[in-house]
Design a protein around this ligand. Structure first.
Ligand code: SAH
Length: 460
């Protein structure tokens, strides 16, 4: 181990910062948030620092003197004068005061780590000063992995520690209790910002601490996005890894399914056009039944659950049966496919609005508001529109849209099998006829499609 890690208490303790430029400002911010009583020595203080800390630090507007060194718990030198930095380091080390000289590891008696701050949870990362880029990279990963509300959770847990100690004297049981809290619905309430509910739930759990745990699970209705696993949200991934049972349909890719907890039961409730493996009513009921058996159920849906996803119907029955649930949004096909095809859905020169519609055939035809769809300066994104495409093109032309209006058909968007077909209202039905187009496909109509040749970036 190159350095010995510690967390030092600076609350109310005098600390010295030599220098008052942008680098010193960064250090001042950190020390200030740790509650240090800061003294700054520097001939000039930069404007930003004056605005942020003028009046909050003791400032000596002059060169550093040797006599400045005594009386501090910690010293940082951040000047652009190497000889001053060196002198500060020598003097501090001579009287055994920990000193850091920014970006000069050999002059430091301590180094400052990269941090992930979820106070009171604080994660410090060090590469011994040798590879700060790596430390920053790790930090970014941890930042992404740890929900911002972790601090709230930790703070609340610490406030309820004594109460739980009284209610549950056995230490091992307390550990199991907290493990359940941080991995279960109470933590999830915090992560979704429902702090009051979370605290109430925690209180009542503590009250019932020694009773047998109540046996109800939760249902998480999760948008799995258009196909590319990287487009999942962090919350989706976290909940997927806590599932006891996963119900999924055809649009959810194998790669995404493999990110659910390894030993979770997987139930296919697939949906091909008009060919449901399980009728909707039965899916809804299954969710209720599984949760009532105490299972945490993930219902994975392609795209976003609330966009042509029947998400509303599935949670209605849960709400009626008082089964707790959460909904996690996902990247919807229109957004994912447009982005991965290089077609901005809105653009100041082309479209000020965008419609999402379903092109699903009903009684052999497509029943849409054609006047609305023909509005100029607008993009239309059509879900489930492949079969109805010839009718859609015909109707739009009949309602005054130019036969030259560009149209894109994106097959298996965002995945390695993505294909983009470009045509016009008059040519597209033939283009489709001649190609072996595979579901799912998303159709985009509007002059934004003309930007595709220039903006396309994704090459599967
Ligand atoms: N809830 C989903 C939509 C479900 S309806 C969402 O928000 O995306 C199913 C339709 O979505 C398909 O018929 C197709 O039009 C579209 N779709 C879903 N994933 C797609 C993909 N990867 N590529 C192209 N279209 C897709």
């Amino acid at each position: 181990m190159q350095n010995y890690p510690i967390f030092i208490d600076l609350k109310g303790h005098p600390c010295l910062i030599v220098g008052a430029g942008p680098v010193a400002l960064r250090k001042t911010r950190l020390m200030h948030s740790a509650g240090a009583k800061i003294t700054v020595v520097a001939p000039d203080m930069c404007k930003d620092m004056r605005e942020e800390f003028g009046g909050q630090v003791v400032y000596h507007a002059r060169e550093f003197h040797e006599s400045d060194i005594t009386g501090y718990r910690l010293i940082t030198a951040a000047t652009n004068a190497p000889e001053v930095n060196k002198r500060v380091s020598e003097l501090a080390q001579a009287c055994n005061v920990p000193v850091n000289v920014v970006d000069e590891p050999e002059l430091c008696s301590f180094i400052t780590p990269s941090i992930v701050d979820r106070s009171p949870v604080l994660i410090a990362i060090s590469t011994g000063g040798g590879a700060p880029v790596l430390a920053r990279l790790l930090r970014a990963k941890l930042e992404a992995l740890i929900p911002a509300s972790y601090g709230k959770l930790a703070g609340t847990m610490s406030r309820y520690r004594d109460a739980l100690k009284t209610a549950m004297p056995d230490e091992r049981n307390r550990r199991i209790f907290w493990e359940r809290v941080v991995q279960g619905p109470i933590a999830e309430l915090f992560f979704s910002g429902r702090n009051n509910e979370a605290e109430k739930a925690l209180e009542s759990e503590i009250k019932r601490a020694n009773d047998a745990p109540e046996n109800t699970g939760e249902v998480w209705l999760i948008g799995a996005g258009p196909g590319e696993p990287d487009l999942l949200t962090f919350r989706a991934l976290r909940l997927m890894q806590q599932a006891d049972v996963v119900l999924y349909d055809r649009l959810v890719s194998r790669e995404i399914l493999n990110l659910t907890r390894r030993d979770a039961d997987r139930i296919y409730v697939g949906k091909k056009r008009a060919n449901h493996a399980l009728p909707q009513g039965e899916i809804n009921q299954t969710l209720v039944d599984l949760a009532k058996q105490g299972k945490n159920v993930v219902r994975l849906k392609g795209g976003d659950p609330f966009i042509f996803g029947r998400g509303g119907e599935e949670i209605e029955l849960l709400a009626q049966n008082r089964v707790p649930f959460q909904v996690v949004p996902g990247v919807t096909a229109a957004s994912g496919c447009a982005t991965y095809a290089g077609i901005p859905l809105t653009h100041r020169d082309h479209a000020q609005s965008c419609l999402f519609v379903t092109g699903h055939l009903k009684d052999g035809t497509v029943d849409l508001n054609w006047e609305l769809l023909s509005t100029p300066q607008q993009t239309v994104a059509i879900y489930m529109g492949l079969v109805g495409l010839p009718i859609i093109c015909e109707q739009l032309m009949a309602h005054g849209v130019s036969a030259e209006m560009p149209i894109a058909l994106i097959q298996q968007g965002t995945t390695k099998d993505q294909r983009v077909y470009i045509g016009t209202l008059s040519t597209m039905p033939d283009v489709i006829d001649q190609q072996k187009v595979k579901a799912p496909t998303l159709i985009i109509i509007g002059s934004v499609v003309s930007l595709q040749s220039q903006l396309s970036w994704f090459e599967p």
